[in-house]
Design a protein around this ligand. Structure first.
Ligand SMILES: [Ca+2]
Length: 308
């Protein structure tokens, strides 16, 4: 079910347009550079607007600008100037870029940058730090969206909430973005990207195994209780070489939209040294237990193949 939720979130995020110029930069202005990564609002602008005084729950902190990921890579938050054609200086030209650095190089994960509203005014964003969750592989990024001009042309009510903004509150209103889809500790969080493509980042310990030999991906209809015996194979025995933590595994597998009132699951199993695991479920006592992988049929595609 978590996998379905993650997939749906991505579909929604990918259809959102950027915010209109003259308004605070928000989650729709993030540009994601790698497959399988999604950006969502963790704490909305306004909720954490009080820069001075008591800080609401969830708004405090900010963490460091560099974090070590589960797979030994490093996530780097960089606040950098943006080359803009409008006449603004200082904070008005800022953007935030998140990188992933490994032993072999550095790649950009996502960015959100300033833009010109007029020849003398810009919407900008700056970052105040981030934290990394080792369990679910998410980055929370503390941000401030604001307006700056060289001719005092920022509107008195920049955020449009009906109140005149002060320099200390809404013009520097804080919010928190969350990036998901980085390597987790155990779970493969499946995403659709785009429609007929399914992908996930290989966790550090896939379903608790030290290493994975192969992945098999199934789909089926959600029933209560879940009956995996009717699962249909989407892709079997991939990838062709040994998977490593942080690899993005992607398959092309059309998953038909379910009929009204029905729901579809996508499940990827991990096999390591002859043992197969199929994730976890909540039992009748409310505890997380291993899902019974033996209920699944052998992974065989419609053309009779059981591997890539
Ligand atoms: Ca206002």
């Amino acid at each position: 079910m978590r996998r379905l939720v993650a997939a749906l979130a991505l579909l929604i995020a990918s259809t959102v347009l950027a915010s209109p110029p003259g308004h605070p930069l928000d989650i729709s202005d993030w540009v994601v550079a790698v497959p399988g990564l999604t950006a969502s609002t963790y704490v909305a602008r306004g909720t954490c607007a009080a820069v001075y005084g008591p800080v609401p729950a969830g708004c405090s902190g900010g963490g460091a600008l560099v974090h070590e990921g589960n797979d030994g890579s490093h996530y780097i938050l960089d606040v950098q100037p943006v080359d803009l054609p409008c006449d603004v200086e200082g904070a008005g030209r800022l953007g935030v870029v998140v990188y992933r650095a490994t032993a072999t190089g550095q790649e950009e994960l996502a960015r959100i940058v300033a833009r010109c509203v007029s020849p003398t005014r810009s919407d900008y964003v700056t970052g105040g730090g981030m934290t990394f969750s080792a369990v679910d592989g998410s980055l929370k990024i503390w941000l401030h969206s604001g307006c700056v001009s060289s001719d005092d042309s920022c509107p008195p009510d920049y955020d449009g909430d009906g109140t005149v903004d002060t320099e200390d509150s809404v013009r520097t209103g804080g919010w928190i973005a969350e990036l998901r889809g980085l390597p987790t500790l155990f779970d493969e969080l499946q995403s659709f990207a785009p429609h007929d493509t399914l992908g996930f980042r290989v966790p550090v310990m896939p379903e608790g195994f030290r290493t994975a030999d192969r992945f098999d991906t199934y789909t089926g209809e959600i029933t209560r209780p879940l009956d995996l015996s009717g699962a249909r194979a989407l892709q079997c025995g991939y990838p062709t070489s040994t998977p490593h933590a942080g690899d993005f595994e992607q398959i092309t597998a059309p998953v038909p939209a379910p009929a009204p009132g029905h729901a579809t699951y996508v499940l990827t199993t991990v096999t390591s040294e002859g043992r197969t695991r199929a994730g976890r479920k909540t039992n009748a006592a409310g505890r997380l237990v291993a899902r019974d992988a033996s209920a699944l049929p052998a992974c065989v595609l419609a053309d009779g193949k059981s591997g890539r």
